[in-house]
Design a protein around this ligand. Structure first.
Ligand SMILES: Nc1ncnc2c1ncn2[C@@H]1O[C@H](COP(=O)(O)OP(=O)(O)OP(=O)(O)O)[C@@H](O)[C@H]1O
Ligand SMILES: [Mg+2]
Length: 342
C-alpha cells in the first residue's frame, strides 16, 4: 500500500433515479432517496435523502424539492453533486478525517448512456475530489451483484427495473452482447396509477400517495397467488375540490399498469430475438434474472415467465444488487478491468 492509498477512500456508487446507494469498506452505508430540498432564495440545500423525500409535495413557495436524476441520467448536475457530496461527507470514517480524502470511485451508469453523459458523470465525480473514476454498466453490476460469474463463456439475461429505466442485457465473457434500455420503470408505474386515480375515481393524488398504492397493492397481473386486500386512498376530489377517500383494489392497479408492463414485455422479447443462438440456448437453461426495485411488483416475474416461457428469478435483494456488484468490482479492479471504463 503506497502513501497515497492511505489517503484515498474507496467508494462504490449506484446513483439511481429513485435511490442512491453507496458502499464503503464493503458495507452499504448510504441507501437514500435521490432527492434534495433547496431554499429557493438562498439556493442552500436544506435536506437530502429521506428527509427531503418526506417534504415532497408538501413544500411552500420558499422550498423546492428536486430529483436530480431523470430516466437514469443526471438532469440537474449542481443538485446531484451537492446531494452526493452531502451523502459522502456524512460517512462516519470520512467525516472524522482532518483533511478531505481523495476518492477512488466506481460509479454505475445505464447501458444506454451517451458519451457526453458519461463524460459528465466523470466530471461530476472529479468535482467531488475523485482522483480515479471507473464506470460500470448497470446490468453488468447487477449480474455481478446477483452472484453470476460474468466472465464465463455462458449467456445470462439480466433485467434491471429501476425507477427511471428498465435495462435488459445479455451478458457473456465479461461483456454485454445485446441490450435494450427503455424509459418505462417504477416512475412510469407510479404515474400510471396517478392517471388512473384521476380518470377513474376523479381523485387527485400526489406522487407519494401513488407510490404508496403501488407498494401496497400494485400488481402486474390479476392472476396473483397471494391477493392483497383493498386499500383506502385519500386525495382531492377533482370535481368538488374537497378532500375525499376511495376504496381501490389490486385488480384496478393491474389494469392501470398493463400498458407499461406490455412495453417491458416487448423490449424483453426484442432482446431475446437479437440474442445469438448459442447464448439463447444458455438462457433457455438458466432463465432470466430480475433486479431493481421495480422487479418487486407483484406478479411481474410470473407475467414475464409466461410471456417468454422461461423461468424468471427475482434477485435476493433487488434494490441492492447493482450497488453490491459495483462494490465487488471496486474491491478487485484488476479482475474486473475489462468491464470497467476509466
Ligand atoms: N415492493 C415494490 N413493488 C413495486 N415497486 C417497488 C417496490 N419497492 C420499490 N419499488 C420501486 O422501485 C423503484 C426504485 O428502484 P431502484 O432503487 O432499483 O431504482 P433506481 O436504481 O433508483 O433507478 P434507475 O436504475 O432507473 O436509475 C421505485 O420506482 C420504487 O417505487
Ligand atoms: Mg438502478
Amino acid at each position: 500500500m503506497g502513501f497515497f492509498d492511505f489517503m484515498t477512500e474507496d467508494i462504490a456508487i449506484d446513483l439511481g433515479t429513485a435511490n442512491t446507494l453507496i458502499i464503503h469498506n464493503g458495507k452499504v452505508i448510504v441507501d437514500a432517496p435521490s432527492i434534495v430540498a433547496q431554499d429557493r432564495t438562498s439556493g442552500k440545500i436544506i435536506a437530502t435523502g429521506m428527509k427531503a423525500s418526506m417534504m415532497q409535495g408538501k413544500t411552500h413557495e420558499n422550498i423546492k424539492t428536486i430529483r436530480p436524476l431523470k430516466d437514469g441520467v443526471i438532469a440537474d448536475f449542481e443538485a446531484s453533486e451537492k446531494m452526493i457530496t452531502e451523502f459522502i461527507n456524512h460517512i462516519p470514517t470520512i467525516k472524522k478525517k482532518l483533511f478531505k480524502p481523495a476518492l477512488r470511485m466506481v460509479i454505475c451508469i445505464p447501458s444506454g448512456i451517451t458519451e457526453v453523459e458519461k463524460k459528465a458523470v466523470t466530471n461530476s465525480a472529479e468535482h467531488m475530489n475523485a482522483k480515479e473514476v471507473y464506470l460500470i454498466h448497470e446490468p453488468m453490476a447487477a449480474a455481478i451483484g446477483i452472484g453470476i460469474d460474468i466472465m464465463q463463456p455462458k449467456g445470462n439475461m439480466i433485467i434491471d427495473i429501476g425507477g427511471g429505466t428498465t435495462e435488459i442485457a445479455v451478458i457473456a465473457l465479461g461483456g454485454i452482447v445485446c441490450d435494450k434500455s427503455i424509459k418505462v420503470a417504477g416512475d412510469v408505474f407510479t404515474n400510471d396509477i396517478s392517471y388512473y386515480m384521476r380518470t377513474q375515481h376523479n381523485l387527485y393524488v400526489g406522487e407519494r400517495t401513488a407510490e404508496k398504492i403501488k407498494l401496497q397493492i400494485g400488481a402486474a397481473t390479476e392472476d396473483l397467488e397471494s391477493i392483497p386486500d383493498d386499500i383506502l386512498v385519500q386525495g382531492r376530489d377533482l370535481l368538488s375540490g374537497k378532500p375525499k377517500q376511495v376504496q381501490v383494489s389490486y385488480r384496478e392497479i393491474a389494469k392501470a399498469l398493463d400498458k407499461s408492463i406490455l412495453r417491458i414485455e416487448d423490449a424483453v422479447m426484442e432482446t431475446l430475438s437479437q440474442t445469438p443462438p448459442e447464448l439463447a440456448a444458455d438462457i433457455y437453461n438458466t432463465g432470466i434474472y430480475l433486479a431493481g426495485g421495480g422487479s418487486m411488483l407483484r406478479g411481474l416475474d410470473k407475467r414475464l415467465s409466461r410471456k417468454t416461457d422461461l423461468p424468471v428469478y427475482v434477485a435476493e435483494d433487488p434494490l441492492r444488487a447493482v450497488v453490491r456488484g459495483t462494490g465487488v468490482a471496486l474491491k478487485d479492479l484488476e479482475k474486473y478491468k475489462n468491464v470497467l471504463m476509466k
